[in-house]
Design a protein around this ligand. Structure first.
Ligand code: ACO
Length: 343
């Protein structure tokens, strides 16, 4: 027991609890770097297959391809985040604990998970990029190269974001010595909440609602704010400027959706939401976060709404795995305190 204690603020806001070489989020200026390289450069340079080993190990490595296992045809849980956690629990038994096997797991998971949720559908081109195989499994169609590139760019941008809530959970698990699949399952649980990775579903619901009265997006948004609801896809604990991933994903979305009415609806909704949020919270800049255009991109790719959170998680597995490895080498159990206060 430490001799001196101090009480952290609710939500641990502003508290630094560890060091990392993986990414840096500069919330004031809206800049994000992976291992010192700006996200805009990373997304031009890497495909998900090359990003994973670089992010996790800091070196460019040829892993010899992803690794996957045949999974039983058992009925997997119907809720996709629960299914993703179940796949990880199933794999835990015998997954080797070295760093290259860890990277190969991250690259194999989209295919294993895609097959589990599509009832054992097969994508028979083993040389196709992992984004192509995942899209084929979950949409049932052969994706176009533009679609493959869009999902790949999304995964590269979703891969890592410093000590967000789910990454913190994975680091806590890693500090106990937990093996990778179960540490990743902890991350899946934390990411499932609507204030974190569950937001895209909320964004799609919002856009659909506005789509029913497209002439006046502001009225729908105003009613939500008056009812005390938060607008999904806006606001962030760290960013006070535009999230650079939101900007980059908007460009990806515009390429995919073109002049589609859906694209115009998203743009008008964003404009109206930013105007209203600035009006209601002049003290606190509330900008578009990554989830707003992530939801729009995933819809344009034909990914079913319920698969948005696990699709995000499959990209974030890269960062979780990198943090698991970093924390493993640190080797100090994370164990804060709680003040006992009887009610
Ligand atoms: N819509 C309306 N009001 C908002 C929003 C929003 N999206 N975000 C914050 N606010 C308001 C809060 O109600 C609060 O107002 P109050 O002081 O009058 O109560 C004020 O702004 C400050 O909000 P905080 O709660 O301090 O912001 P916090 O840093 O805790 O929240 C969060 C960050 C959870 C992301 C929040 O902005 C939110 O709920 N956004 C919507 C959900 C969302 O898009 N989540 C995805 C985040 S990105 C990611 O996790 C990958």
């Amino acid at each position: 027991m430490p001799t001196q204690t101090w009480t952290a603020p609710p939500g641990l806001e502003g508290v630094v609890v560890t060091e990392t070489a993986l990414s840096d989020v500069d919330g004031a200026t809206g800049r994000l770097t992976y291992r010192g390289r700006p996200i805009e450069e990373v997304v031009q340079t890497f495909r998900f297959e090359t990003l994973v080993p670089w992010l996790v190990t800091g070196t460019m490595r040829d892993l010899g391809g992803p690794a996957w296992r045949e999974l039983p045809d058992r009925p997997w849980p119907a809720r996709p985040m629960a299914a993703l956690a179940a796949v990880l629990l199933h794999l835990d038994d015998a997954w080797p604990d070295d760093v290259e096997s860890a990277c190969r797991l991250v690259l194999g998971l989209p295919v294993m998970f895609g097959r589990a949720v599509s009832g054992g559908r097969r994508c028979d081109d083993p040389d196709a990029p992992v984004a192509a195989r995942y899209l084929a499994l979950v949409t049932g169609r052969t994706p176009t190269p533009t679609h493959v590139r869009a999902l790949d760019a999304y995964w590269v941008m979703a891969a890592e974001h410093s000590l967000n809530a789910s990454t913190f959970a994975v680091r806590v698990a890693a500090s106990t010595g937990a093996r990778l699949p179960l540490a990743l399952a902890a991350g899946v649980g934390v990411l499932s909440g609507p204030r974190h990775g569950g937001a895209p579903e909320g964004v799609l619901t919002l856009l659909e609602e506005i789509g029913r009265q497209p002439d006046d997006p502001e009225a729908v948004l105003r009613a939500k704010l008056d009812a005390g609801e938060r607008l999904m896809g806006f606001g962030h604990r760290v960013y006070r400027a535009v999230d650079p991933r939101a900007r980059a994903l908007r460009a990806v979305f515009e390429q995919l959706a073109g002049e589609d009415p859906w694209a115009r609806l998203a743009a008008r909704t964003e404009e109206a939401a930013l105007r209203l949020l600035a009006e209601r919270h002049p003290e606190r800049p509330l900008a578009t976060n990554v989830e707003f255009y992530a939801a729009a991109v995933l819809k344009a790719l034909g990914i079913p709404r319920a698969l948005c959170p696990p699709t995000f998680a499959l990209g974030r597995m890269a960062g979780w795995t990198a943090h698991w490895w970093e924390e493993r080498r640190r080797g100090r159990l994370i164990r804060p305190l709680a003040r006992y206060r009887p009610v």
